[in-house]
Design a protein around this ligand. Structure first.
Ligand code: G4P
Length: 193
């Protein structure tokens, strides 16, 4: 997606060997116009797939996921990382290990929002080691839902996530793919859209 790649080139910052900071338009401050374009790209790609729900994981997955869901005119569900007092329904849970934060968290979705009649599109802002996506896949399988694909805004193709998701048989569609970082610059691989 050209507009996204240009924006990463303009405003992204490389931190260390493997982190891309995009907090001016995606992960902290948000550019709604770019998000709308992202929503439209995924919605076009999956328009004929019979998707009934978009599923993501909080926090920054919520932003692109909401725009995709709006374009598809379907609900968006975000898996929660902490249980709050209102979550008194039956929960579907998965353990997600974060290599970045070095912690395991339990993510959860109320069972009442998912059923075997659902066909889900998973959306996330980053695909790195794939643990968040795999956790969501486990929850969706437990619910008996079908999974049409995993849509990613920025994939770090030099990490293991894409291969791990594809091993499950679920297609990955990424709007920007990063092959690596060289001297503080992003080297892009060919994107899926
Ligand atoms: P994984 O989910 O693919 O396994 O990734 P990993 O454990 O390595 O990453 C954990 C968190 O760090 C995720 O956010 C992920 O989106 C984010 N992340 C990974 N690589 C990058 C990067 O290069 N740049 C930025 N900005 N973020 C990255 P999270 O902790 O689940 O949630 P949140 O920050 O959305 O609350």
């Amino acid at each position: 997606m050209e507009a996204l790649i240009s924006r990463i080139k303009r405003d992204g910052t490389v931190l260390g060997d493997d982190i891309l900071k995009v907090d001016s338009f995606l992960t902290h401050q948000v550019d709604p116009k770019l998000m709308r374009q992202i929503g439209k790209m995924f919605a076009q790609k999956f328009a004929d797939s019979g998707i009934t729900k978009v599923v993501t994981i909080e926090a920054s997955g919520n932003v692109p996921a909401a725009y995709v869901a709006e374009e598809l005119n379907i609900p968006m569900i975000f898996a929660k990382k902490a249980k709050n007092v209102t979550m008194n329904d039956e929960l579907l849970t998965a353990e997600v290990y974060s290599f970045t934060k070095k912690i395991t968290s339990t993510v959860q979705i109320s069972r009442k929002f998912l059923s075997e009649n659902d066909k889900v599109l998973i959306i996330d802002d980053f695909l790195a080691n794939g643990q968040a996506a795999l956790g969501l896949i486990n929850i969706l399988k437990e619910a008996g839902a079908q999974i049409a694909g995993v849509g990613i805004v920025i994939e770090k193709s030099f990490q293991t996530g894409r291969a791990l998701v594809e091993e499950t048989g679920i297609p990955v569609v990424s709007l920007a793919r990063i092959a690596g970082f060289e001297q503080g610059q992003v080297v892009f691989a060919e994107a899926d859209l």
